[in-house]
Design a protein around this ligand. Structure first.
Ligand code: NDP
Length: 253
C-alpha cells in the first residue's frame, strides 16, 4: 500500500542521482513531489515525466541554492505550485539532498571554494528548514543527506566533509526543538553511490570503490532512496536526531 498518500515532498537536487531516486520513491508511495534542480531543466522534466508514467504526481522547480535569499525564492515558487495542485501550502517532507563536492586537496582549497561548499551544503539546508517549518504540519519529516566522509578520512574532501559535519548538527538540535510537533529530522550518510559521474564508467575505479563496501559493490541511488523513503513514512516516527549509516558497510573499516 502507498504510505505517503496525501503528503507533499520537496527533494532538493532531484534532477539526477540519489535525489532523483528519492523523488521517484516518494512519488511511488503516493506523495506529490517537487523535483528541485538548478541547471539541468531537461533532466528535471525527465524525472517528472518518469513519475507521471508510473502513475505518480510531481512538478519541477528551479532555484539556485547557495546564494542570498535562496530559501525564500524557492519557497515562494513552491507555495504557488502546491496551492495550485492541493489547495494548500502544506509541505510534509523536506529532503535536503542537493550538494556539491570539492575534490580539491586541502592545501589548494581557496576561500571562495570553501564558502561555496558551505553555502550549498550547510547554510542552504539550515535556511530551507527554517523556512519549511512555516509550512510543515505536525508529523512532518526532514531528511538531510550527509556523507560517510564525516567518519571516513579523505584529505581531498576536507572542506566538503566539514560542511557535512555542520549539516549533521541540524538533526541533533532541531530534533529536540521539533519533537513536540511530532516532526522528525535525521541525517542519512551514503557511501560511494553511482551518479552521472564519468568515474563510474572506469572499470578499475569501480572495482576499487566497490571494495570499500562490505557488499563489494558501489551503491545505487535506489539503495539510498529506500532509506530516505522509510524515514519519510509514519513507520519511522520513533527515529529522530539520528545518523543513519547508508554506506553499505563502508564505515566498518
Ligand atoms: P549529483 O551530483 O548527481 O546531483 C546533484 C544535484 O544537486 C543535482 O540535481 C543538481 O542540480 C543539484 N544541485 C547542485 N548544486 C546545486 C545548487 N547550488 N543549487 C541547486 N541545486 C544544486 O548528486 P549525488 O546523487 O551524487 O549526491 C546527492 C547528495 O548525496 C549530495 O548532497 C552529496 O553530497 C551526497 N553524497 C553523494 C555521494 C556519492 O557518492 N554520490 C556520497 C556521499 C554523499 P542541477 O544538475 O540541475 O544543477
Amino acid at each position: 500500500a502507498e504510505r505517503l498518500t496525501g503528503r507533499t515532498a520537496l527533494v532538493t537536487g532531484s534532477s539526477r542521482g540519489m535525489g532523483r531516486a528519492a523523488a521517484m520513491r516518494l512519488a511511488e508511495e503516493g506523495a506529490l513531489v517537487a523535483v528541485h534542480y538548478n541547471q539541468d531543466e531537461a533532466a528535471a522534466h525527465e524525472v517528472v515525466a518518469s513519475v507521471e508514467k508510473d502513475g505518480g504526481r510531481a512538478f519541477a522547480l528551479r532555484t539556485e541554492l547557495g546564494v542570498d535569499g535562496d530559501a525564500e525564492t524557492l519557497f515562494t515558487a513552491l507555495e504557488a505550485e502546491l496551492l495550485d495542485r492541493t489547495g494548500s501550502t502544506d509541505l510534509h517532507i523536506l529532503v535536503n539532498n542537493a550538494g556539491v563536492m570539492g575534490g580539491v586537496p586541502a592545501d589548494e582549497v581557496t576561500p571562495e571554494q570553501f564558502d561555496r561548499i558551505f553555502a550549498v551544503n550547510a547554510k542552504a539546508p539550515f535556511f530551507l528548514i527554517q523556512r519549511a517549518l512555516r509550512n510543515m504540519p505536525d508529523g512532518g519529516r526532514i531528511i538531510n543527506i550527509s556523507s560517510g566522509l564525516t567518519r571516513f578520512a579523505n584529505p581531498d574532501e576536507i572542506a566538503y566533509a566539514m560542511s557535512k559535519g555542520a549539516l549533521e548538527q541540524l538533526a541533533l538540535h532541531f530534533a529536540k526543538a521539533l519533537g513536540p510537533r511530532g516532526i522528525t529530522i535525521n541525517s542519512v550518510a551514503p557511501g560511494i553511490t553511482r551518479n552521472g559521474s564519468p568515474v563510474f564508467d572506469i572499470p578499475e575505479a569501480v572495482e576499487y570503490m566497490a571494495g570499500l563496501s562490505a557488499f563489494n559493490r558501489v551503491g545505487e541511488p535506489e539503495d539510498v532512496a529506500d532509506v530516505v523513503a522509510f524515514l519519510a513514512t509514519d513507520e519511522a516516527r520513533w527515529i529522530t536526531g539520528s545518523f543513519v549509516d547508508a554506506t553499505g558497510g563502508t564505515l566498518l573499516g
